[in-house]
Design a protein around this ligand. Structure first.
Ligand SMILES: [Zn+2]
Length: 83
């Protein structure tokens, strides 16, 4: 599982520019393959386009509550992701 958040200033699929309100840290399953060229789907359902997000340390930033509730509990703890 990866922790990602949208980059400030990234243009979203709806044409809006990502701001601080778009900064919660989402959890996504680790994509298969060496290159990610298709959108990532966060556990909360958010579709994240390539190059609009950055991988972050799970303990930094505000977590997406919907992702925390939907992600497999065996893969994260309050201290961070379980690898
Ligand atoms: Zn989320």
């Amino acid at each position: 599982m990866l922790a990602v958040r949208l980059r400030l200033g990234a243009v979203l699929s709806n044409g809006r520019v990502a701001g601080h309100v778009d900064q919660p840290v989402h959890l996504v399953p680790i994509p298969e393959g060496p290159v990610v060229s298709s959108p990532l789907r966060a556990y909360c359902g958010l579709m994240i386009e390539p190059r609009t997000a950055e991988v972050v340390d799970a303990v930094s930033g505000a977590p997406c509550v919907k992702c925390l509730l939907a992600a497999p509990a065996s893969q994260w703890s309050p201290e961070g992701l379980v690898y």
